[in-house]
Design a protein. Structure first.
Length: 259
């Protein structure tokens, strides 16, 4: 059996005066080496996509983190440039894919920006610059360190007993690498909070009525997916769900073709 395939919506980036569709290497590598699946990048366009045509051809959806934030207009908030940068093409690509993947029971793993997109796609809202709110810790990346230092596992989150993620990682405290300045404010009605930070910030959710794996995490399991136990377990569980979905899609071979 060939490796199943997951779709990853791209970001729009500009380099040397040209527009690029891009996905960070760590997500693609984690999909291949920790989940055991192939990843196809989905270019970001603001219109013209047939979402079902994309999902017809893949076995899962991995929604990655990004330097950009979901546009405030999509969750009814006032637009403020300091809450950027924004990527409308990424929003227009990933939000419909998220909603349709859930409807079609396509396995879904949403990371960092992805958990925020998941929440907005299902009717929730976001809070920006959370480090400015009373009682909220500074979840932003540390300054003056290399990328390994930036993504070092340093925060504690509490996984709720009986949750979907507790079935993968176990309940109680785990250590993660959560880097963000935006977070879930109003949780979408279809989402269950799975894990919280010490200051109460939502760090993981699952889709309550999902018929397949549908989980979002605010932290970055992709960065240490091959060496950190919890990160690896999360990607492995996603990979197992993707393989199960792909196996169920396999066409039946007529008996006369075997004879």
């Amino acid at each position: 059996m060939t490796k199943p395939i997951v779709a990853i919506p791209a970001d729009i980036r500009s380099f040397d005066g040209a527009t690029w569709h891009a996905v960070q290497h760590q997500y693609l590598r984690a999909a291949l080496n920790a989940a055991g699946v192939m990843a196809f990048m989905i270019p970001a366009f603001e219109e013209g996509y047939d979402t079902d045509a994309i999902l017809d051809r893949v076995d899962g959806l991995l929604v990655s983190g990004s330097a950009s934030n979901v546009h405030p207009s999509l969750y009814g908030a006032e637009v403020n440039d300091k809450h950027g940068p924004f990527d409308p093409a990424r929003d227009a690509t990933s939000l419909p894919l998220i909603r349709r993947a859930i409807d079609r029971a396509v396995p879904l793993l949403a990371i960092c920006r992805g958990i925020q997109e998941l929440n907005v796609a299902l009717g929730g809202s976001l809070a920006s610059e959370i480090q400015e709110q009373p009682g909220i810790s500074d979840h932003r990346r540390p300054e003056g360190v290399d990328r390994d230092g930036m993504y070092a596992i340093r925060q504690t989150v509490h996984v709720k007993e009986g949750s979907c993620i507790a079935g993968i990682l176990g309940p109680g405290e785990i250590r993660v690498n959560s880097l963000h300045r935006q977070a879930i404010a109003r949780t979408a009605p279809r989402l269950q909070v799975e894990a919280i930070a010490e200051d109460g910030t939502v760090e993981a959710v699952s889709v309550i009525d999902a018929k397949a794996f549908a989980v979002g995490v605010q932290w970055h399991p992709e960065y240490w997916a091959e060496t950190d136990k919890s990160s690896n377990q999360l990607f492995a569980a996603f990979g197992d769900a993707v393989r199960s979905y792909a196996a169920a899609k396999l066409p039946m071979i007529p008996a006369q073709a075997i004879a």
